[in-house]
Design a protein around this ligand. Structure first.
Ligand SMILES: [Zn+2]
Ligand SMILES: [Zn+2]
Length: 351
């Protein structure tokens, strides 16, 4: 058996010829495993989906109950056989329910990381390292310039701004799945106990996280008001909304809004300027350069495949260490809401 019999890259994503399943495919297939519920990985319309319970629940919330023909829960750490291929889901530390997928047959072990991070996150199970022969990694922030600061220190910047500008509504752009809940949980850890206001598109996922035992405190949905005037009740309050909504009409009701955005991309000043972000918060749910390179080293993999992102820099780095590496140039993956339209249910709420 060659490794490409166990797993290979196709235009529709990673596919196991031996197992007869895809992983995070771009178009609907008969059978797939899904690493996590971000819209660039978890698309509706597959015949059979295996994923963690949380991922399946999030997909149902985002895409509707009928998002797949059949679903099967993968319990993290539990091995299952699919056509002679052993498959194990292992926490990836990216968002609630996110998993790496370990596939093994005839003594070869390949780990598909999906999206992952090593930084602490109170809203999901931490990344677990799995030694392997071939490690398949993302490279969203795969350039040495990307070094994410401690998320707690970024949250303190937001709290400091609230003290300096007690009359301004603080609007924070956050991705609906993962980032919103992490920012809220970090605010709570930092002792912020006022109600946190959220755009309607974030409400259901916050409720889902809370139901899974993630402490988010009091969340208040901002109802889309038709009133014209500015609402003074939002002075000095934190309002979370999808990144695309910050410049929207929606925000006209907030007193002297201060625009913030929590994303790994805020490390790039030009991006913050382009978006008119006054208070960039560098908070990422992906590994930075050190996280990626340390993880590759720790897996002990003799071969690395890079799915998407800054593939070339990471492939080059592997080469300098004598690790065989190749870019897969998988298209269609990216920083979900930025690169792609939001999932159907959320798109509705954004209107
Ligand atoms: Zn993701
Ligand atoms: Zn992704």
């Amino acid at each position: 058996m060659q490794p490409v019999d166990l797993l290979t890259s196709t235009p529709n994503g990673l596919f196991s010829p031996l197992g007869g399943f895809f992983i995070d495919p771009l178009r609907p297939v008969e059978r797939t495993l899904i690493t996590h519920a971000h819209s660039d990985h978890a698309r509706p319309g597959h015949r059979a989906v295996m994923a963690t319970r949380e991922t399946l629940e999030i997909m149902a919330v985002r895409c509707g109950e009928g998002f797949a023909g059949a679903t099967q829960v993968a319990v993290p750490g539990e091995r299952q056989e699919i056509n002679g291929v052993a498959v194990t889901f292992v926490p990836a530390g990216h968002v609630l329910g996110s998993a790496q997928i370990v596939v093994e047959a005839h003594g070869t072990r390949i780990v598909v990381s999906g999206d992952y991070k090593r930084a602490r996150d109170p809203t999901c199970a931490p990344y677990e390292l799995v030694p392997c022969d071939i490690f398949i990694t993302e490279a969203t922030f795969g350039l040495p310039v990307f070094r994410h600061p401690d998320a707690g220190s970024e949250i303190r910047k937001l709290l400091a701004s609230l003290r300096v500008f007690p009359d301004r509504a603080h609007l924070v752009g956050v991705y609906a799945l993962g980032k919103a809940q992490r920012v809220i949980a970090l605010l709570r850890e930092a002792g912020y106990d006022r109600p946190i206001h959220v755009h309607g598109a974030l409400e259901r996922l916050c409720a889902l996280y809370a139901a899974q035992g993630v402490a988010l405190g009091e969340i208040r949905k901002v109802t889309p008001g038709r009133s014209r005037g500015i609402d003074p009740a939002f002075a000095g309050e934190i309002v979370l909304c999808p990144p695309g909504q910050i410049q929207d009409l929606w925000t006209r009701r907030f007193p002297d809004p201060l625009s913030s955005f929590a994303s790994g991309w805020m490390r790039v000043r030009a991006r913050a300027r382009q978006r008119g972000v006054e208070l960039p918060l560098v908070i990422s749910d992906h590994c930075d350069w050190d996280g990626l390179t340390e993880t590759i080293r720790e897996t002990g993999a003799s071969e690395v495949w890079v799915t998407h992102g800054e593939e070339d820099a990471l492939v080059h780095w592997c080469g300098t260490l004598g690790i065989k590496a190749r870019p897969l140039h998988l298209v269609g993956y990216g920083d979900e809401e930025e690169a792609l339209t939001p999932p159907p249910q959320e798109a509705q709420e954004l209107r």
